[in-house]
Design a protein around this ligand. Structure first.
Ligand code: AMP
Ligand code: FE
Ligand code: FE
Ligand code: ZN
Length: 287
């Protein structure tokens, strides 16, 4: 029987609603054999998840999701199987988190200027770790009745281009790849539909560029994609010589439509094949 897996999940260390341990328990309930923890710009949840995984018999892979400089869409890179004590990686992630922290008060000022009463302490109260960002502001806006739901909070106020958006420091693409690889990890492009590339040929060209920059895989299977998009990204990844992974981008109750382990009806990727590809690129065996 094929083993279930999910290589893109968030915990309360960033903007997911479950603690790392609760997340691993959920994976166990759903008979998911392997998960990767990919919090935004932090690996603070990884150790707890690995420890919980050992007890419950769930294979937990260290990971991180890094937002990199890109426009007009968004580009997220997932790093996997790096040394979780690597100083350069930890420093780079800290710089990105600092960038988010210095931007938060500026968004709050804009929300206040539009007449919404929201304070940084309330926003911090929504977060489970030291990654505090727009999803936590969105939760406060919902709780206080300024918007009906998280989506409305982003659409009206928080999304790129919306009235209260403020940009933040992101790593340059090459720097993000280098820092993950230097820590012994491999880089995978997350949910390529977010790039908003205008055509298949531009996407193929972009994948080829990424491959030259040291990215080795593509999250072709994603809950962000339609079945058709999944199939297109599998084909384009193959043409560019990139291996294919899959992930749900699970956030728990912060994104209630997305379930752990679900990223398409016709997933053809196998966890054994993915781990073999990652081992090849990392230059050492990974389990
Ligand atoms: P930040 O880290 O503050 O830049 O916020 C980015 C996070 O907000 C992303 O990782 C998503 O989880 C969430 N997000 C971004 N855009 C939207 C949206 N339109 N609707 C809901 N959540 C979003
Ligand atoms: Fe998120
Ligand atoms: Fe993402
Ligand atoms: Zn994600």
């Amino acid at each position: 029987m094929r083993q279930k897996f999910d290589l893109h999940v968030h915990t309360s260390a960033s903007d997911g609603s479950l603690t790392p341990r609760q997340l691993v328990e959920r994976a166990k309930e759903l008979s998911i054999a392997t998960i990767a923890i990919t919090d935004h710009d932090t690996i603070a949840g990884v150790t707890e998840a690995i420890e919980a995984g050992v007890g419950l018999g769930v294979n937990v892979i260290p990971g991180v999701e890094i937002s990199v400089d890109y426009g007009p869409g968004t580009m997220h890179l997932c790093g996997y199987c790096f040394d979780i004590a690597d100083k350069r990686l930890l420093d780079a992630l800290r710089r990105v988190r600092d960038g988010r922290a210095s931007r938060n008060p500026r968004i709050i000022e804009k929300l206040n200027a539009l007449g919404m009463s929201i304070a940084m302490e309330e926003v911090a109260g929504e977060a489970g770790g030291d990654v505090i960002g727009r999803p936590h502001m969105a939760s406060v806006l919902v709780k206080k009745g300024y918007v009906a739901n998280i989506k409305e909070a982003f659409d009206k106020f928080l999304a790129k281009g919306a009235s209260c958006y403020v940009d933040r420091m992101r790593l340059e693409r090459g720097a993000a790849v280098d820092v993950v690889r230097n820590a012994g990890g491999v880089c995978v492009l997350a949910h390529p539909s977010a790039l908003r590339l205008p055509s298949e040929s531009s996407c193929r060209g972009f994948f080829i560029e990424l491959k030259k920059a040291g990215v080795t895989g593509v999250e072709a299977f994603s809950s962000h994609h339609t079945e058709e998009e999944n199939a297109v990204f599998v084909r384009l990844a193959g043409e560019a010589g990139l291996f294919v992974t899959g992930g749900s981008d699970y956030h728990g109750s912060s994104k209630p439509d997305v379930e752990l382990g679900v990223f398409g009806e016709t997933v053809s990727a196998e966890i054994g094949t993915i781990m073999a590809a990652m081992s090849r690129h990392a230059g050492r065996p990974l389990t």
